[in-house]
Design a protein around this ligand. Structure first.
Ligand code: UD1
Ligand code: UDP
Length: 383
């Protein structure tokens, strides 16, 4: 074999942000024919990322529907992938993380007996229903995959406990590669509200929240805690780019509309998001990606979940699990807003998730696997 045909498959915003730099890296390698298929499980939020990275997919399944169910996403992806894989016949399919697109993409490749590489492999909470459905998605993809690209040693050890030791590479997370291209000193925001904020004098709290297991009572608690925090801390500006899910939109607007220092804005493109994060005081989120990005930028994070599959930044002291109870969330936010010693302890930059070289390592690992490179890549962190 002198050239290998590699197809990346992704569909949601975070997969796109973390796969775009890899798709571009694969396309730069002369030994790789790089193909890209998007399911468009997200439509607008995906397109925004494709625009920023100037990535043009070869295939677009365009499956998104309003208030889509897990079964509808999975079945529409699976059926759509059939034709694509039949036509393109890749030597390797790459999927990312733990979404429904990830699971359906891996399953479709398996049905066509095409090897699968799993990017962001080995994250675990060991709770089947939290995050839901992501924990089972990534476990099922782990069972299907032939190559496993683990961001951290913890992720690699998780796979070893499941007896997955072959084809495992320690690469770092591609999100750090992405982050290194987006943050700039004199960034100008397209949203006038964001340009007007005096970041040095105001404490900007950056919020995101979207997880399915938080729908219902946990999200009610989170939103009312956010309203209380903003109302009792006039020195803050709470900036919340609201996910386009109608469930989230409804809950966020019901609790947070008409509070002077709360800004509910549409989703930001990834450059605006990273630059806002770089300028904020504190991040409050249930997102996976933000838990990786904010520590790299030295920003404390309160995680609005009961558990996390990303324990590394918790251990490093920049991330705290705040849970989903009103009292605990308010108490932890108060500490960070009122006690500068607590804040300073958490506000230091750490990079447990990557060094910006993950895409290079993944491309090298693929070439080595197919006999197109003499040695495997150096592991992230040298371990
Ligand atoms: C999905 C992933 C989750 C990931 C998240 C990232 C699954 C099961 N969940 O959850 O792991 O953390 O993406 O954001 O794969 N919508 C739009 N436009 C968009 C995007 C979404 O209108 O560009 C609306 C649609 O009504 C859609 C709803 O949001 O039905 C929910 O989207 P969906 O992909 O089902 O779930 P997420 O909560 O986004
Ligand atoms: N993000 C973005 N705009 C937003 C909110 C998030 O670009 O308005 C980025 C964020 O910086 C991170 C990724 O989207 O890179 C996280 O996606 P999300 O929270 O939707 O999913 P998760 O990481 O929880 O799976």
């Amino acid at each position: 074999m002198s050239r290998v045909k590699v197809m990346t498959i992704f569909g949601t915003r975070p997969e796109a942000i973390k796969m775009a730099p890899l798709a571009l890296e694969l396309a730069r390698r002369p030994e790789i024919e790089a193909l890209c298929c998007v399911t468009a499980q997200h439509r607008e939020m995906l397109d925004s990322v494709l625009d920023i990275f100037r990535l043009r997919p070869d295939y677009d399944l365009n499956i998104m529907q309003p208030r889509q169910t897990l079964s509808s996403i999975t079945s529409r992806c699976l059926v759509g992938m059939d034709d694509v894989l039949e036509q393109a016949k890749p030597d390797l399919v790459l999927v990312h993380g733990d979404t429904s697109t990830t699971f359906a993409g891996a399953l479709a490749a398996f049905y066509h007996q095409i090897p699968v590489g799993h990017v962001e492999a080995g994250l675990r909470t060991y709770d089947k229903y939290s995050p839901f459905p992501e924990e089972m998605n990534r476990k099922m993809v782990g069972a299907i995959a032939d190559l496993h690209f683990c961001p951290t040693p913890t992720n690699r050890d998780n796979l070893a406990r499941e007896n997955i030791t072959k084809g495992v590479f320690l690469t770092g997370n591609t999100v750090i590669d992405a982050l290194q291209t987006t943050v700039v000193r004199d960034f100008s925001f397209s949203d006038p509200i964001l340009n007007q904020i005096e970041y040095k004098n105001r404490k900007v709290i950056l919020v995101t929240c979207h997880r399915r297991e938080n729908y219902g009572q946990p999200m009610e608690h989170i939103m009312s805690a956010l309203a209380h925090i903003a109302q009792t801390h006039p020195e803050t500006e709470l900036v919340y780019p609201v996910h386009l899910s109608p469930v989230v939109q409804e809950c966020a607007h019901r609790h947070l509309d008409n509070i002077e220092n709360v800004h509910l804005i549409p989703p930001l493109n990834v450059e605006e998001m990273h630059n806002l994060m770089a300028r904020c005081y504190l991040v409050m989120t249930d997102s996976g990606g933000l838990q990786e990005e904010a520590p790299a930028l030295g920003k404390p994070v309160l995680v609005l979940r009961r558990e996390t599959e990303r324990p590394e930044a918790v251990a490093a002291g920049t991330v705290k699990l705040a849970g989903v109870e009103y009292r605990e969330i308010v108490a932890l936010a108060n500490q960070l807003l009122d006690n500068s010693a607590t804040y300073e302890t958490m506000a230091h930059a750490v990079n447990p998730y990557g060094d910006g070289q993950a895409c290079r390592r993944i491309a090298d690992a693929i070439l080595w696997h197919f006999g197109l490179r003499p040695q495997p890549p150096d592991p992230f962190g040298g371990q």
